[in-house]
Design a protein around this ligand. Sequence first.
Ligand SMILES: Cc1ncc(COP(=O)(O)O)c(C=O)c1O
Length: 362
Amino acid sequence: MREVIAQVVDSGWWLLGPRTRSFCEAFAEYVGGGECIGVANGTDALELALRVVAADSRFGGGSEDGELPEVVLTANAGGYSTIACHLGGLLPVYVDIDADTLLLSIDAAVAATSSRTLAVVATHLYGGLVDVPALRRALDRAGRRHVAIIEDCAQAHGLRGRDGMAGSFGDLATFSFYPTKNLGAFGDGGAVLTRDADLAKAVRTLHQYGWSRKYAIDTPYGRNSRLDEIQAAVLHSLLPHLDGANAARVSILDAYADAAPAGVSVVRSPQGSVAHLAIVRTPARDALQAHMTANGVTTDIHYPILDCDQAGLAKLPFHVAPGDLPNSRAATQEILTLPCFPTMRKDEIAKVCDALASFKAA
Ligand SMILES: Cc1ncc(COP(=O)(O)O)c(C=O)c1O
């Protein structure tokens, strides 16, 4: 890492240079084609993706009477896409998750669409794969061809499914390269990927002030959101190791599945997984967390508060689909995140497995 960073420092070119270009080309090719635009972080990537969809007449039904265009999404994915909706002046419409995978329910998503729906955000949460081709088919069958699909791949770098890799299915895909991600930088970073040349051009324009050329602002709501040369060089050097690191994460999840005692299950995605997070589930979550802590294992909860319940967002406009979000609410009370990172040593994995296996729910 020091060598890679030193080369960038010595090159004297720290932004918008050859390293960002070549990483973006390599990453787009890895994911399955199209264009990759490097941005400052994954939340910016979501905001830019939503903004370009909102500005493109191919998407959305055209809102009337000052109604905000709507974005269908889940409430259990950490708030990032909700923040992006609000920044883009769009209305989040929360739908429930599948009870087993904790991923977006395709049926619920389609049922929540209307003529005002601009996009569905499909978050490949925890490194599990949403069946985006099935979502596309279901939307089309329901007469919602105008609804864009944005894949949030912040937890899904290198996630392969039957039909291709996460990020290659939707109209746009967004990535975060936050250091703990499956592909992580030396600070913040993100990217938007798309195979649509017009959308790619629109993202490129918005990520740099809305310029059509230097100092000429031809598009409103442009920003400064760029991946820098150091992050790009680091990411390019790590990309060849991504598949191996993902395999290591998946084997940790497998070990936890073998060790889990009665009453504790590992959350898995049958379509494919890169085990970004190792999530176990039990009605005795708080007792399990205390037990793991007592055995020297740090845990966390991803995520403890649904987006629709966040105090700081309560005054902003949003809708919850009819019937509320029973699966999302139940999961939030029962999930626990165990340590999972590719450089975990065998003895560290064994320590977590032993602690997990020795848990007895009251
Ligand atoms: C699912 C998901 N989406 C979006 C983001 C936002 O990425 P960033 O932290 O780079 O803004 C994250 C990570 O933090 C994430 O986990």
